[in-house]
Design a protein around this ligand. Sequence first.
Ligand code: 9WN
Length: 442
Amino acid sequence: RDIAYDPPPAADALHFRAANVLEGNWTGASTVPSRGLYPHQWSWDSAFIAIGLRHLSPLRAQTELETLLDAQWGDGRIPHIVFNPSVPLDAYFPSPDFWRSSTAGRAAGAPRTVQTSGIVQPPVHALAAWLVHRADPGLSRARGFLTRVYPRLAAWHRYLLHRRDLGGGGLASVVHPWEQGMDNSPCWDAPLSRITPAPARSFRRADLDHGAAEDRPTDLDYGRYVRLATEYRDRGYADGGGDFAVEDPAFNALLIASEHALARIARELGAPGTARHARAERLTAALIERLWDPAEGMFFCRDTRGGGPDGELIPERSVSGLLPLLLPALPRDITAALVRTAHGPHFGLGDTTRLAPSYDLLGEAFDPHRYWRGPAWFNTSWLLERGLRTHGERARADALRAAVLHLAGTSDFAEYVDPYSGEACGATGFSWTAALALDLLH
Ligand code: 9WN
């Protein structure tokens, strides 16, 4: 299929509209991902949002991250949702009474006053903090922004590197599909098939009040999400005993990028960043050793609970497996292969698609509308754009940038789009779509 794309709308009009979306989704101390579907603060959303907000108000961008960090747990984890107490319980599922963070999470150091979830999301935060600092170093220094966030970000990375090395190979594992951020990716089908779903009548999905059922995960997926989260909660959010533990390329690549950012933050604060750079390099070596597949020219997830003693690679092509391209220190043969794979038949970038689909166009599970099983998302394309630019692929980065800006505008800042037609799916007025478009305008 081919689609004729119109020239992008005037840049300043897009800037104005994106700023309006962020303004409308601002709650006074943080930004909701979207007004209807996601009425609380989400972890990796806030990091992407801060990256865009820094161009409108560096102060608000700093506040966005600090509000999230105020809900950090004593063991270092940054929860994937910080609940807004003034939003009714039935507006989003699972709600605070499901997670019961302040009681079930007590041993792990959950905060007493703020209600949060007990799982995490990808560690984009240190990268965001560094970019936010750079937008206005004077304000950042005057407010002691980095001085305050640095120890928290360091504790967050410590949690991931120590408590979450569940595969024993030096990488962080996710213990729930929501942690990786691509909820119903076909990568999770095999590890999730071992989980007995919670009965459908034991919970009520609020997402279907706002999103079309055929664009969202299925009830069967939800049954498994609920079972996994319930068991984690009932273990007091202790890490190590669960049936789901997957090493994901994007999650770990973002950890590495953020570790490099922490090194820069350390240097800015007058400490040497060398140990952090060295750790990032060790993580990069582990990422390649455990997740790179040279024959397929991309990274894959490792199911640490499946196959042999060291687990097994999950043979599903997700956009996650391309995102390590954002790392500057990857060997040249790997970056060249990733660029080829992104622009080849499985992802079709610059050919049949203009934004990277979330999943293999030729994969059996591909569905152009169902959430993370095919649609194109703006955050993943923003990360790929950075990667292409970092590795000198200027023309391709320019094309991807133009596509992000164009589709953000025509889709009214959709949550995700059909990767072929660009048709808007999910929520509109979605914060990270607006924020990352703004970032690319600068
Ligand atoms: C569960 C908020 C979040 C994003 C995730 C996206 C979706 C939640 C949901 O929305 O997940 O965390 O209810 O489906 O998959 O990446 O952070 O925008």
